[in-house]
Design a binder for this molecule. Structure first.
Ligand SMILES: [Zn+2]
Length: 285
């Protein structure tokens, strides 16, 4: 056993090592996610890969047919909460309400209750470790919200980089941290989203091999909007200084966007990916 900050963890070895493909299903500001999600479903079907979709409750309420189709295609439907509010802004009771509301809706659409969670903006951090207790209390089997690196907006650099079982007084759950590689004395995020946009495909492949050599599944995350052809705009800010910040954010968000479809198609065909439901121990079955 080892101690991450205030959390007792023990390594979890899988009998068969496979990688995990996960999608955080949400809109981009006012850009509806349906068309891009349909594209992703087709790409997954072509590659014969099952993924985990962390579905936002608000999206499921508006697009029930899409969620039913995701489940019917054999993908795992897990929850991303209801309103995409960072846990930094929620109380434990407010998180509980978000989880219960989204799980009830997803269960009514898919016929089974989700047993996995990803926090909006990877917001399980030092200040929000209480969320693990709420998840255990609400019967979740696993969480995949912790990014073990020192990020500007999120991250818990002292958390283990591998799959672990988290022990708390109320019980335990599996934590599947987003993938990082350790080099030059620190952890570097390599798990998907913007990091995949910026990394050449050969670097992504090498990162997957490095993580797998540690007997750890590589956890990929992405968002439907990352596959669309449109330029993504950030909301306008008011002062000239923050206007410049918005434009820089836009540049970062759109850089190498056209490479995403190609990179993910290659990844899906050679990465041995599946959903958390199929990769983790079957205690939830
Ligand atoms: Zn999200």
């Amino acid at each position: 056993m080892s101690t991450a900050p205030d959390v007792l963890t023990e390594p979890l070895r899988l009998a068969t090592l496979r990688n995990v493909f996960s999608v955080d299903l949400e809109d981009w500001h006012h850009l509806n996610c349906v068309d891009d999600t349909r594209y992703l479903l087709e790409a997954l079907a072509t590659a014969g890969v099952h993924a985990t979709f962390f579905v936002l409750g608000k999206v499921a309420e508006r697009e029930p047919a899409l969620i039913r189709d995701i489940a019917a295609a054999g993908h795992e439907v897990a929850t991303h909460g209801w309103s995409h509010t960072s846990l930094m802004l929620l109380t434990p009771d407010a998180l509980r309400i978000e989880l219960r509301r989204s799980c009830a809706l997803l269960q009514s659409l898919c016929g089974r209750r989700p047993f996995g969670f990803r926090a909006p903006c990877f917001s399980i951090m030092q200040e929000t470790l209480w969320a693990l207790d709420v998840l255990i209390d609400e019967g979740f089997v696993y969480d995949s919200s912790i990014f073990p690196f020192a990020g500007r907006r999120y991250g818990l650099p002292s958390f283990p980089r591998t799959l672990v079982r988290v022990r708390r007084p109320a019980g335990s759950l599996i934590e599947a941290p987003l993938s990082t590689v350790h080099a030059y004395g620190r952890n570097w995020p390599v798990s998907g989203g913007g990091y995949f946009r910026l990394m050449p495909y050969r670097v992504i492949r090498r990162a997957i091999r490095t993580v797998n050599r540690e007997h750890t599944p590589f956890i990929v995350y992405c968002h439907p909007y990352e596959f669309g052809p449109r330029i993504l705009f950030h909301s306008a800010r008011h002062s000239p200084f923050s206007w410049l910040g918005s434009r820089l954010d836009e540049l970062k968000t759109n850089l190498f966007r056209p490479s995403m479809r190609r990179k993910f198609a290659a990844l899906l065909h050679e990465g041995d990916f599946s959903s958390f439901a199929e990769v983790l121990p079957h205690e939830h079955a």
